[in-house]
Design a protein around this ligand. Structure first.
Ligand code: ACO
Length: 322
């Protein structure tokens, strides 16, 4: 019998503080209309000083566990995607494991920038399909606000904080249909954030902050996401019309619309959280998925395409029968 991984529950967390475009316009030369027209973003959430990637992950994880009526002790695998860990080590996954009181799971982080949660989902799916895990917790959690240069109008308008969670479990029924992950390290210079403590002396100047050549990233993202859509459909012998929902990484509304157009999907079938969350990097796809599951848009049995693109470059997709 084929063994699948299936979504058992989802969760999400957004910090209480909201930063508006108008507030950002007070400190850098920009405007609400410029930001909204170019990106689709109006607000983003900002973590409080006491919050961390692990604390936000805990809230999202507990929600997913509750939704699935699952006891934390049943979890045997924890994968956290984050580019903003509080510790170099232990991993954020181990910190989360401690917070949830889980004793015997394997726990580790993956770093694939904005594609991190798709990478984590793909890894967990392989574990479950091969019999190495029965219940896996996948989290994307980010405090982007702490690595954003708030004086750089090209990047500070884009990012926000939050955490998304998915609980996967082994099932005889089809759940995750396929995952596809890729990277191309050639693009380091278009989008990066150096660790100020471990970078070389020559590259200290811009360390600690997100650096991005936005326009060039934009072009590669649109082309690459178009290709991954084709790859995913082909692998499953499916047509565009077979997809009920697109849950894209929330980087820019124009990138999302280009992917929807490629799929000939109406924007009514696309989950967009960007307006009030901005780009929460590895958390964004899982936050959007959680929102649409909880408000009843995504229903059991429907086919959902998740996709993301980020620094590296990395990119990936997951086709899920929810
Ligand atoms: N307000 C006003 N003007 C601005 C702002 C701003 N916030 N930011 C840039 N500008 C100016 C530029 O200086 C430039 O001015 P110039 O023509 O006088 O030189 C002009 O606007 C056009 O700049 P572009 O960079 O070409 O603007 P673009 O339309 O590309 O929009 C944006 C910029 C929103 C960043 C867009 O390129 C984008 O969304 N890129 C993709 C981001 C992305 O997908 N990242 C990947 C995921 S993130 C991750 O992995 C961590």
């Amino acid at each position: 019998m084929i063994r699948y991984s299936k979504v058992l529950g989802t969760g999400g967390y957004l910090p209480a503080e909201i930063r508006t475009n108008a507030q950002i316009s007070e400190t850098v030369d920009t405007s609400d209309s410029w930001i909204f027209e170019r990106t689709g973003i109006k607000n983003r959430h900002i973590a409080a000083p006491h919050e961390s990637a692990a604390s936000m992950a805990e809230t999202a994880a507990r929600q997913a566990l509750e939704a699935a009526n699952c006891d934390p002790s049943d979890i045997d695998l924890i994968i956290v995607a984050t580019g903003t860990p509080e510790y170099v080590y232990p991993s954020t996954a181990c910190l989360l494991q401690q917070r949830l009181g889980i004793k015997n799971a394997a726990a580790f982080d993956v770093q694939a920038a904005c594609s991190g949660s798709i990478y984590a989902l793909s890894i967990a799916d392989q574990f479950i399909k091969s019999g190495g895990s029965k219940k896996a917790l996948i989290i994307g959690t980010e405090i982007c606000s702490r690595i954003v240069d708030w004086t750089d109008r090209g990047t500070c308008i884009l990012f926000g904080d939050g955490a998304g969670a998915v609980l996967l479990g082994a099932s005889d029924e089809a759940g995750v249909l396929s995952t596809h992950i890729h990277s191309d390290g050639e693009y380091e210079n278009l989008l990066y954030c150096r660790n100020p403590q471990t970078t070389t002396a020559e590259t200290q100047d811009d360390a600690g902050f997100i650096n991005m050549r936005g326009n060039e990233v934009f072009k590669v993202a649109v082309n690459t996401l178009g290709r991954i859509v084709d790859e995913t459909l082909e692998a499953n012998n499916m047509a565009k019309e077979d997809i009920d929902w697109l849950v894209p990484h929330q980087a820019n509304i124009r990138i999302i619309m280009a992917t929807a157009k490629k799929l000939k999907m109406s924007m009514d079938q696309v989950v967009v959280t960007l307006e009030n969350q901005g780009n929460t990097s590895s958390a964004s796809v899982l936050l959007a998925f959680n929102e649409a599951v909880r408000d009843g848009r995504i229903k059991r049995g429907q086919v959902v395409l998740l996709e993301a693109f980020g620094a590296g470059f990395t990119w990936g997709s997951a086709l899920i029968k929810y």
